[in-house]
Structures are given as structure tokens and as C-alpha cells.
Design a protein around this ligand. Sequence first.
Ligand SMILES: CC(C)(COP(=O)(O)OP(=O)(O)OC[C@H]1O[C@@H](n2cnc3c(N)ncnc32)[C@H](O)[C@@H]1OP(=O)(O)O)[C@@H](O)C(=O)NCCC(=O)NCCS
Length: 103
Amino acid sequence: MAQIGTEAVGVVRAQYLPPDDPGYGFLAEDAPEASLWVRGDWRGRGRGTALLRRMQDEARARRVPRISLSVEAGNDAKRLYLAEGFVDVPGRESDGVMVWTPQ
Ligand SMILES: CC(C)(COP(=O)(O)OP(=O)(O)OC[C@H]1O[C@@H](n2cnc3c(N)ncnc32)[C@H](O)[C@@H]1OP(=O)(O)O)[C@@H](O)C(=O)NCCC(=O)NCCS
């Protein structure tokens, strides 16, 4: 969670989902699916990048093998994900599914 004083202005989560109840970005049972949100009046000020990097640090520490997500066509968030190392999953481009593998 991104917090300014006592106010929450953004949140990121990576959630393990079962194959029989997957999210839009489901890839595999060992790949938690991420979602990211920053409050409208705080966007464009680096909070989304900071949250995403924090999630990636946590994933490295926990030895998570990969993280997936889905991003709608035309959502500018895709630029952020590409800049932070996510790549399109071959064959899942139409669903906007991306994956990040810790280095
Ligand atoms: C996506 C989201 C989390 C980004 O948060 P943010 O705090 O604005 O992100 P940052 O300020 O760190 O910006 C990082 C990059 O995101 C990209 N970006 C994200 N939203 C953008 C927008 N509306 N317009 C242009 N670029 C945008 C830019 O590439 C930007 O990098 P730059 O400033 O170097 O060009 C935020 O816009 C959001 O909550 N959107 C609604 C929910 C959503 O779409 N979540 C993603 C679903 S997959």
C-alpha cells in the first residue's frame, strides 16, 4: 500500500488463484496475478512505479518464480509494466496477459 500520512493512495497485490477460478491474467498456479491501482489525484507522480517495484522486491525475497497480470488494450499502464520488465505472453496478447520473471 502507498500511504501519504494516514491516507492510502494506492495499492498493489499479487494473488495466487486456482485454475478453476482464474483471473483475466491467469497463467499458472505458481504465478500470482498482480493488480495495481493509484488514486486518481496521485497518478503520474511515481507512486505506481514505486508500488510495482516494492512488489517485485518482495517477490524476489520470497523466491516467487514469476508474476502475471492482464492489462486492457490502450491502457497506458502497459508502458509502466514494459519499463519494469514485464513482457507479453506469446499467444495471450489479445487478453493483454504479461509476465515478469525475477532476474
Ligand atoms: C496504472 C497506474 C497504477 C499508474 O500509477 P501512477 O502512480 O500514475 O504511475 P507512475 O506515476 O509511476 O507512472 C509510471 C508510468 O506509467 C505510465 N502511465 C501510467 N498511466 C499513465 C497515463 N494515464 N498517462 C500516461 N502514462 C501513464 C507512464 O509510462 C509512466 O511513466 P513516465 O511518467 O516515465 O512516462 C494508475 O494510472 C492507475 O491506478 N490506473 C487505474 C487502474 C489501472 O489501470 N491499473 C492497471 C490495470 S492492469
